[in-house]
Design a binder for this molecule. Sequence first.
Ligand code: AMP
Length: 440
Amino acid sequence: MTKFSDLGLAAPVQKSVAAEGYETPTPIQSRAIPPVLQGRDVVGIAQTGTGKTAAFVLPILTRLLAENKQAPGLSCRCLILAPTRELAAQIGDSIAVYGRHTGLTHVVVFGGVKHGPQVRALARGLDILVATPGRLLDHVADRKARLDLTSIVVLDEADQMLDLGFMPALRKILQMVGKPRQTVMFSATMPPPIRALADDFLRDPVTVAVTPQAKPVERIEQGVLYVKSDEKRQALIDVMAPEAGKRAIIFTRTKRGADRVAKLLTEYGHKAAAIHGNKSQNQREKALAAFKAGQNPVLVATDIAARGLDIDGVELVVNFELPNVPESYVHRIGRTARAGASGRAVALVAPDERGLLMDIEKLTGLTIRGLNDAPPISGPIRPVQKQRGQGGGQRRGGHGGAHRGQHGAAQGSGQGGGQKRSRNRRRKPGGAQGGQRQSA
Ligand code: AMP
């Protein structure tokens, strides 16, 4: 079995990995770290939870240290693009942890918060910039950031960026980045537009694919409660009654739905908060912090919160409505059963959602246990055509903000800044990039 010491990582990086208690590299790490270290382009097919963040952060820190260059003002040596605020912040947290002994600088920028702190951080030049695409393009348009001197680019969760409508922005950004560059792309799935992106922008990439060691879906006790649409609220109250005080996430399809469900649960004595794209950054951070601290054990969320959140101890996920895209179901229920724990997921399925359920069962290869009898349905149930890239094109401009995280300097200063924490206890600000997704 490969050891971290065999991979050729810089000593300060190995030191942080050891301090995190990682004993052996995960499969994606053993396979992706060597080609990234060699400067090769890499396509990694891996989901959150496989250790993919360290798979690119560790070798990139090593390469940046070896080059020992200084980034001129407004530029960054490495750019990491992520689809949502949470994910960007989470990657920033990981860089802070893994890069603790390197002295390399990083900043996280995303929409929904002020421009000022981000602009000031960018002005100095950075080793690593973690950004969501819309806000980054805002800074470039304002001439507060330049990408022509960047030599390493990472696209994380590329398929979610596609779903959120970021494809034009991604292409634009990749065209601006200096050449020759190293490009590393991670995606849980490889739909044709992502494949085309790789073909157009990556040079002779090494492809590494892993499936999670134990697919989270297999460790989760899943059930379906067949209800009529107008019975869902009562069904939710019944499902939640024995769960008082336990950490649970309820997923709804719309922002208004999330607010309504949070209100309903509160009326029934649950401490619940809603998190979605219409909430301010501050509200989202507060709701998440209260959830993590256990003050609000119930979080009601739209899909935007489904990915990236890595919170231990979520015992139950309730799908108040099934998502339109079956992969989202897997991401939603993956919020439970983190870190080897088991978990439960209950879906409230109305007659018009039976096709969506069928799509989910097809994707996961599992028949989800009925918690009550499925009522007969008139006519055949048909799978629903999956629609990609319909998350509403990204809207740019107007939202701004920085999540600063720098090590080597200014720890903890600035907006959301530089929290040093173990990756296993990561805190992320809530929400997605400022206001881009219609239903989230
Ligand atoms: P990721 O897939 O990057 O979101 O990582 C999932 C989780 O795995 C994070 O909480 C990491 O701290 C943890 N992790 C990453 N690499 C390792 C490793 N080699 N050994 C143990 N845990 C790890």
